[in-house]
Design a protein around this ligand. Structure first.
Ligand code: ZN
Length: 253
């Protein structure tokens, strides 16, 4: 059912949450927009003006790696100070209450970790943009270090001491989805009794596969998203209200 108003949405969601032991939230860009981070994929979003750099292009040339990092530092100036929103805080409250064994996200902004959920309990399908790793030896590099070295080298992207390329820990277009993350996400989805999709259009693979998987394994399905999704029909509850408004009542004080 589609909640007719905010009160109905909150009350129905509360009943579902109280009746569940293993809630798995699945989050997309919509949960972070109130934190000032735009949905880059949306029409008019950043990516419609600035075509994302494909993984093969990143590997192919120093110029592309330089350009990729240049863009990343611009983003840092714009969004680096973002803090968790009401949606993040509500999910962290449910996590602390022992209701959420793990969370799956398409976001790369680190805001679930910042809200207090342990990194080990977050599956990041598209990686994380707040640090970098070597593509060869997986050594971790902090953004500050990359930025300083980039500047000191005359805007040249640094390489790892092993000779590998250093890239934000995100999954780029054309880069394979990490198998371990996918496996963990599927496990969480199969084992949950309530699957709550929040702020995802559920169009992009693999996001589209999860609601159906949850439903087939007997979980209740909630979809909180401004726009309709193609899974609304099989959902137990559809909420089209503002995500922060819908989840704020679940923040524990
Ligand atoms: Zn390396």
């Amino acid at each position: 059912m589609i909640a007719s108003d905010l009160d109905t949405a909150v009350n129905t969601l509360r009943d579902l949450i109280e009746g569940s032991d293993r809630i798995v939230p699945f989050t997309g860009a919509g949960i972070s927009t109130e934190c000032g981070i735009p949905d880059f994929r949306s029409p008019g979003g950043l990516w419609t003006e600035n075509r994302p750099i494909q993984f093969d292009d990143f590997l192919a040339s120093q110029e592309m790696r330089d350009e990729s990092w240049r863009r990343r530092f611009v983003m840092e100036d714009k969004f680096g100070g973002a803090r968790p929103g009401r949606g993040h805080r509500a999910l962290a409250s449910l996590y602390r209450a022992g209701k959420v064994p793990g969370l799956i996200t398409q976001n790369i902004d680190n805001l679930h970790q910042a809200s207090g959920i342990a990194a080990d309990d977050i599956v990041e399908l598209h990686g994380n943009t707040t640090y970098a790793t070597c593509l060869d030896c997986t050594k971790r590099y902090e953004l500050d270090w990359v930025h300083k070295t980039f500047e000191a080298n005359g805007e040249r992207a640094p390489d790892c001491e092993c000779g590998g390329y250093i890239k934000t820990a995100t999954v780029s277009f054309g880069q394979a989805m990490p198998a371990a993350a996918m496996e963990k996400a599927e496990q969480l989805t199969r084992d949950c009794d309530l699957f709550v999709s929040i702020g995802s259009s559920l169009v992009v693979w693999p996001a589209a596969g999860f609601p159906l998987m949850a439903k087939r394994n007997g979980a209740a399905l909630v979809i909180i998203n401004r726009e309709p999704t193609e899974f609304d029909e099989i959902a137990d509850l559809v909420v089209r209200n503002d995500i922060g408004d819908a989840l704020a009542p679940f923040i524990a004080h």
